[in-house]
Design a protein around this ligand. Structure first.
Ligand code: UD1
Ligand code: MG
Length: 455
């Protein structure tokens, strides 16, 4: 059986009040449409077609890498018209599955049985029972419970408006039959649109069985029309991701205050405190502890790493048993070997730090190669930028750098060197010696403080 998926995404989304096309608004850091395309691909279809209209160029550009076919619907004349735009590209012996670019949480598990039904020559419609069915098309069943029609809210009578079973919009049909039905659609209805839903009545007339399917969870069928609904679905989505993590052996202080915007892999017995944001691709080892209010982006953290509150780690590799933060910033292209300590108000950029080195307080380390067992005193700064170019600071093993030292790059510090506090290092520092640049301390005997003059 061949499968073609059609994703409708031509609507304008006026209620978002946004210049951005609706399907490009983000859920879990990715466009709504990207989620739907992913779900479509899970079903291993022969083709995926996206019907676009409003903001089309922007949508195509944002998802240029997606393996989909783009079909333009210049005027939005209705859902039936939208699907019909794709039919010339679909083989008659396929099954067609219709998805929506603004209904991002639908799962492959819900859709698979519908595809099976359509594969057996039936029309399959995904329905749901809602406490508040307002706005949706209503499912009309015959006395013996058969699905016989769908009536849009705006075309429904008072009795029909009381029906709580609604049309989610998702359907699957044999392509040959669907093509014939779409050709017969008209727009004589309250909205003057070509309704996809009218094919149900046609299937009944043609004695084609109409089956209904249901989603395990009603959140799956919810669409995004405004930012309130988007925020609701974001929480539902985050809750799903949080549950996957927790079931994999990771503890979350509060799954309601967890945000994953990308891929996150985590070893067992790790702990994530509240309000941590993960972005891009993040991998955590085992027994990692992340404190509250951290942002971790495109990073790999080894086993037993501890990240304390309010730390930002961006595009970095952190070795086993490192301790970072609170209030530390690890910037791109940083590699910390095992057991490195980076403390409060320390910024590390594009630097490699070998095992067991400590940069515990108020320092800037940039463009630096640092050996093992180094101790960097509070307030140390690598002066890596001369106003035009960046230069490297090279620090050997077992170096001790006194507090408030400036290392004016390019500069090299030999193994085992000690640098006195307050030193401005402008030339290479020899191994194993004490180096300092400091005026001799003096005291002035008999000196007295100035006294405030009387007015
Ligand atoms: C549609 C269904 C309704 C169902 C509801 C579920 C029809 C006639 N009605 O109504 O039974 O309960 O969805 O949300 O199908 N779109 C296009 N091109 C168009 C028109 C729509 O691409 O010409 C896209 C929109 O971008 C949107 C989707 O199709 O993603 C649904 O369109 P919308 O106008 O919102 O349909 P509803 O009136 O909500
Ligand atoms: Mg709608």
């Amino acid at each position: 059986m061949r499968l073609s998926v059609i994703i409708l995404a031509a609507g304008q989304g006026t209620r978002m009040r946004s210049l951005l096309p609706k399907v490009l608004h983000r859920l879990g850091g990715r466009p709504l449409l990207a989620h739907v395309i992913d779900t479509a691909r899970e079903l291993k279809p022969d083709s995926v077609h996206v019907v676009y209209g409003h903001g089309g160029d922007q949508v195509r550009e944002a998802l240029a890498d997606s393996p989909v076919e783009w079909v333009e619907q210049a005027d939005q004349l209705g859902t039936g018209h939208a699907v019909d735009q794709v039919m010339p590209r679909i083989a008659g012996d396929s099954v067609v599955l219709v998805l929506y670019g603004d209904v991002p949480l639908i799962t492959a598990a819900t859709l698979a049985p519908m595809i099976k039904q359509a594969g057996r020559g039936k029309l399959s419609v995904l329905t749901a029972k809602l406490d508040n069915p307002s706005g949706y098309g209503r499912i009309i069943r015959s006395a013996n419970g058969k699905l016989v029609d769908i009536v849009e809210q705006k075309d429904a009578g008072t009795e029909q408006l009381r029906i709580r079973e609604i049309n989610t919009g998702f359907l699957a049909a044999p392509a040959g039959l669907l093509r014939g039905w779409l050709q017969k659609l008209d727009n004589r209805n309250a909205q003057g649109e070509y309704y996809l839903t009218d094919i149900v009545g046609m299937a009944v007339d043609d004695d084609v069985p109409v089956e209904s399917a249901t989603a395990a969870d009603t959140d799956e069928i919810l669409g995004v029309n405004d930012r309130v609904q988007l925020a609701h679905l974001e929480r539902v989505y985050q809750r799903r991701l949080a549950e996957v993590l927790m079931r994999a052996g990771v503890s979350l202080a509060d799954p309601a205050r967890f945000d994953q915007r990308g891929e996150l892999e985590a070893g067992s017995d790790s702990f994530i405190d509240v309000n941590v944001v993960f972005e891009g691709e993040v991998r955590l080892g085992e027994r990692v502890r992340i404190g509250p209010n951290c942002v971790i982006r495109n990073a790999t953290l080894g086993d037993d790493v501890e990240v304390f509150a309010s730390t930002v780690i961006d595009d970095a590799r952190i070795g086993n048993a490192c301790r970072i933060g609170p209030f530390a910033r690890i910037r791109p292209e940083t590699e910390l070997a095992e057991r490195v300590h980076v403390g409060n108000f320390v910024e590390v950029k594009k630097s490699r730090v070998a095992a067991g080195s400590k940069i515990n307080h108020l320092s800037y380390i940039g463009d630096t190669r640092m050996g093992a067992g180094v101790n960097i005193g509070a307030g140390t700064i690598t002066c890596n930028y001369d106003g035009a170019n960046k230069h490297v600071t090279d620090i050997g093993d077992d170096v001790f750098v006194g507090s408030d030292t400036q290392l004016v790059a390019p500069v090299k510090v030999g193994d085992g060197a000690t640098i006195g506090a307050g030193t401005t290092v402008t030339r290479d520092v020899p191994a194993g010696q004490l180096t300092l640049s400091r005026c001799a301390q003096k005291s002035i005997e008999g000196w007295s403080r100035p006294v405030k003059k009387k007015p």
